[in-house]
Ligand binder design. Structure first.
Ligand code: F6P
Length: 365
């Protein structure tokens, strides 16, 4: 791809939000302005901003004080896929390829290169735009930590800490009431949050999509605990956990979203399945979007800043079509096609599952 000299870049945040987005925006704006003398245009609500011309200049002062702020000052959307833009027509949802509008808008706005901050959906769209000639780079975000090309996505650490802290609190009330507490956490098709929050909080049972569970086994573990005098139990379940031979529980389908399926409800199913087989009361807590909110952890602030600076540097080097990534201890880059090739899921035979089992955690298998 022939690239012209960069004078102005665009930056957007797309897909579900997560803590650390503002820290990336801040790093991008500061580095672009101070190190390279570029102008920065903020694109609002992900790719929707390019389709509907919702933009704002980002000056140095605009990013002051946002390092520790959750959410994204640019807004985000997981509905605006330019290649399949969803619209209502006669009560039905239809989709249209509007990628040409995006290409035109980038020209109109005088944007020479773009930084897209997002998860697998956003990065897939970005890869297609790059193939159409848009000079861009990607930055991996998601609390789910399910991108195989990076050791960690930013946002994950904060979500993990939020979930861990919540489970710690649930444990005290579980013990007071001698109850089984089921805590359902996010993570979509990967069990990273459940696994690590479960280990960090000393959960008794951890259920993840990668290891299908048996209800009988869960009941057996709880009953054995009761027999040995432990009258409360903590089950941490990923929203994508499923019984052996069964399916994930779908909470809703969002037609016009880049990934339409929303998971949720497995906690209640497990509670219903075990309540007549054990003699303890069972309660379910769904942590939900609390995991996506709040101030980013120190780890996420540092990682986001490293990613933001590295993304600007990639643009300066003309290394378009790549995504910044963490290959511990270094920040590196990987092609967008490799970045979206494979979902990173928990290895049932991996070290984390092994150490959890070694300290007595059951996976219900
Ligand atoms: O991908 C991030 C995530 O929070 C998932 O863990 C969860 O399944 C999904 O997004 C929820 O999406 P929404 O905000 O549309 O309900």
């Amino acid at each position: 791809m022939v690239s012209k000299e960069i004078k102005k870049i665009g930056v957007l945040t797309a897909g579900g939000d997560c803590p650390g987005l503002n820290a990336v925006i801040r790093a991008v704006v500061k580095t672009a302005i101070v190190e390279y003398g570029w102008k920065v245009m903020g694109i609002r609500e992900g790719y929707e901003g390019l389709l509907l011309n919702k933009t704002q200049p980002l000056l140095y002062d605009h990013v002051k004080g946002i390092l520790s702020l959750g959410g994204t000052i640019l807004g985000t959307s997981n509905r605006a896929n330019p290649f399949a833009y969803a619209m209502k027509q006669g009560g039905k949802t239809i989709t249209e390829d509007r990628s040409s509008v995006v290409l035109e808008r980038i020209k109109e706005l005088g944007i020479d290169a773009l930084i897209a901050i997002g998860g697998d959906g956003t990065l897939t769209i970005s890869k297609k735009l790059y193939d159409l000639g848009v000079p861009l780079v990607g930055v991996p975000k998601t609390i789910d930590n399910d991108l195989s090309a990076t050791d960690i996505t930013f946002g994950f650490d904060t979500a993990l800490n939020t979930a861990t802290e919540a489970i710690d609190k649930i444990r005290t009330t579980a013990e007071s009431h001698h109850r089984v507490m089921i805590v359902e956490v996010m993570g979509r098709y990967a069990g990273w949050i459940a696994l690590q929050a479960g280990i960090a909080s000393g959960a008794d049972i951890i259920l993840i999509p990668e290891i299908p569970f048996h209800l009988d086994k869960i009941c057996q573990v709880i009953n054995e605990r009761v027999q040995s005098g432990r009258t409360s139990s903590i089950i941490v379940t990923a929203e994508g956990a499923k019984p052996e031979g069964g399916d994930m529980v779908i909470k809703m389908v969002v037609d016009d979203s880049t990934d339409a399926v929303r998971l949720g409800g497995i906690g209640d199913r497990i509670a219903a399945g075990i309540s007549d087989k054990i003699h303890l009361e069972t309660r379910v807590t769904v942590l939900g979007h609390i995991q996506r909110g709040g101030t980013p952890s120190a780890f996420d602030r540092v990682l986001s800043t490293r990613f933001g600076v590295a993304a600007v540097e990639l643009l300066a080097e003309g290394k378009f079509g790549n995504m910044v990534c963490l290959k511990t201890p270094n920040i590196e880059s990987v092609s967008l096609s490799d970045a979206v090739k494979e979902l990173k899921t928990v290895d049932p035979q991996g070290e984390l599952v092994h150490i959890a089992k070694s300290v007595g955690v059951s996976f219900g298998d």
